[in-house]
Design a protein around this ligand. Structure first.
Ligand SMILES: Nc1nc2c(ncn2[C@@H]2O[C@H](COP(=O)(O)OP(=O)(O)OP(=O)(O)O)[C@@H](O)[C@H]2O)c(=O)[nH]1
Ligand SMILES: [Mg+2]
Length: 448
């Protein structure tokens, strides 16, 4: 541990507040305590003390010393709670930085040290990162749960169960007694089914939670006057866009971030697409198509009274070239007779039929958007919910799912179980250098 810098950072948000917390971690912590408090602090006790530069009191503070290894980082640590405001904490930090080998911490460096000192698994560190970056309450709660190590525990449980199964399979390979074989195969079959169910449960949770940690993009596209701006206002419960009976109301792309049942979503309202000579409208149309290409999903609206015409088909095929995830919805169903609607529905079974104005089938709309988002993840989010983790677990599931329980296939069963375990260990692996080097810690905020 020698020659490692002692790192110093503000641990509370920048700006004004009643109290600021400064954190130090490293070998020189005791030196900092001696220099500025001129007394010994017992570990894990709060002291009300003066932070002094020579004999001048800079601030009266509460200080807690955490002796290694019983600290967040596993190193000697000190937390100083000084009076709030950037001037005071900066004064104190500047003084501490005068001590040998003390420097400012990089983002996430405390957690990185905690990880390197085996204080937390990479999975926990990643969950912590997800917690810090959570955009909605649901995201924060899900991150908190996985940070508590539950997911790690569940994964370790499956890993253990598969290992147990492998041992039974290997043992069976050495037997030729028929009774033992029948009993053994039954027991293996049960163990395999249990593991499959458990992996599937964890996988589902990962997929669901994953949506919470990235802001998905939804682009609303359609011809003029189909209700795009009305939909944005409805979903965001806000007057984001101007709604008007005049076609061509929206010219620019308007966006708003909101929580769709806890899932952070940025929704984009776009200009209605039609053939036009109006240069501003033309530009709006180009922007709308660009937005459709970069969104996770496109909601395509048409007016149910007009039906899907040639122009819609052309626009849709244009969008489809860049984005396959299109939820098509017919709006304004309040304007047509029930019997007519039933006929149109029968001919367009895939579409969703709604009335934004009269709030018909709008819950279905919200659920459909969420369902589409789940299967339309574009960018790889950070942390536990990384696409790679999902792929590894998926692979583990496939391996186990592919097992034929048969006495003549014991070697193949053992091999598939081994592969499943290998994939689970990729998610669990504490020493996954690639992930560490890819800078997961740099996504953390300063002071964490
Ligand atoms: N009857 C009925 N009218 C609706 C419904 N949804 C929207 N409208 C009306 O349709 C008109 C156009 O709505 P907007 O939301 O401005 O449509 P838009 O697609 O954004 O239009 P542009 O920006 O011009 O492309 C407004 O008068 C809305 O009140 C609906 O479900 N039923
Ligand atoms: Mg509009």
């Amino acid at each position: 541990m020698n020659n490692i810098d002692t790192i110093v950072s503000i641990a509370t948000p920048m700006g004004t507040g009643a109290i600021s917390v400064i954190r130090c971690s490293g070998d020189n912590t005791a030196n900092i305590i001696n220099t500025f408090f001129k007394k010994k602090l017992s570990s894990r006790q709060a002291y009300y003390v003066n932070f002094k530069k020579e004999n001048i009191v800079i601030d009266d503070v509460v200080a807690i010393y955490y002796a290694a290894p019983k600290s967040y980082t596993g190193e000697d640590m000190l937390e100083i709670m000084c009076h709030g405001g950037p001037v005071m904490y900066q004064l104190i930090i500047n003084e501490i930085l005068q001590i040998d080998n003390c420097r400012l911490a990089k983002p996430g460096e405390f957690s990185e040290r905690a990880f390197l000192n085996n204080k937390m698994s990479l999975l926990e560190a990643e969950s912590l990162c997800a917690l810090i970056n959570a955009k909605t309450e649901a995201a924060a709660l899900a991150a908190r749960e996985s940070m508590s190590g539950k997911m790690t525990k569940d994964l370790l449980g499956v890993d253990n169960a598969i290992l147990k199964t492998r041992i039974q399979v290997e043992a069976l390979l050495d037997f030729s007694d028929e009774d033992i074989e029948t009993e053994g195969i039954q027991s293996i079959s049960k163990l395999i089914n249990d593991s499959k169910k458990e992996i599937s449960k964890i996988l589902e949770k990962l997929k669901n939670n994953r949506l919470l940690f990235e802001t998905s993009k939804v682009a609303v596209i359609g011809k003029p006057n189909t209700g795009k701006s009305s939909l944005i206002n409805y979903l965001t419960e806000d007057e984001v866009s101007i709604v008007n009976k005049k076609a061509g109301t929206t010219r620019d792309v308007v966006s708003k971030i909101f929580s769709l049942d806890g899932v952070p979503v940025t929704i984009f309202d776009t200009a209605g697409i039609r053939d036009t000579n109006d240069l501003i409208e033309k530009e709006g149309r180009e922007r709308a198509l660009k937005q459709a290409a970069s969104a996770n999903i496109v909601v395509y609206l048409y007016n149910v009274s007009d039906g899907i015409d040639q122009e819609d088909i052309e626009i849709l095929s244009n969008i489809r070239k860049a984005n396959e995830n299109i939820l098509v919805a017919a709006n304004k169903i309040d304007l047509i007779e029930k019997e007519v609607l039933e006929k149109i529905k029968a001919n367009n079974k895939e579409d969703l039929f709604i009335s934004i104005k009269e709030n018909i089938n709008m819950n279905m709309m919200r659920n459909k958007i969420l369902e589409y988002l789940k299967s339309a993840i574009k960018n790889s989010s950070s942390g536990l919910y990384n696409i790679k983790n999902i792929e590894h677990l998926n692979q583990a599931y496939q391996e186990i799912d592919g097992i034929q329980i048969n006495l003549n296939e014991l070697e193949l069963i053992a091999e598939k179980l081994k592969m499943a375990q290998k994939n689970i260990s990729m998610v669990l692996d504490n020493n996954d250098d690639e992930r560490v080097l890819s800078g997961i810690f740099s996504n953390f905020c300063i002071g964490k």
